[in-house]
Ligand binder design. Sequence first.
Ligand code: ZN
Length: 144
Amino acid sequence: MTKKQIDNLIDKLIIENGTVNPIDIIKRNNIQVIYHFDSFKGVCVKIPGDCTYISIRENLDTLDKFFTLAHELYHALIDFKNDYPYQIKPFSQESCVSETRANYFAYKLLLKQDENILEDFYNENPNIEKNIEKIINNLANRGL
Ligand SMILES: [Zn+2]
């Protein structure tokens, strides 16, 4: 998916689901959110014949939770759209591109949130601009 296609996907999701909130988009797409206590922030699992699950770490702050849910939502909708488990090998070239796209998706969806939510994110996480800058540089390095 190109950046433009991801932008279009976000616009389509907002229209179809009537919300910019990733948690609501996740619910409306029959994706179950569960919680874990391990070190990784999030993972998406599709069980054939069952639904798709997003598991996120229990103690993430609001911004991290938002970003992780949006990131995993991208995997759920795009990488898991076929009815078989995720086939991309961790750390493969394909996986890196997919991670970058998921981060771009999460970042763009973040910018669609209303000003109050964005302000809360900024207050909670003063490094947010640095983090976003890192994501953008990472995207540019990958030609996205
Ligand atoms: Zn990912």
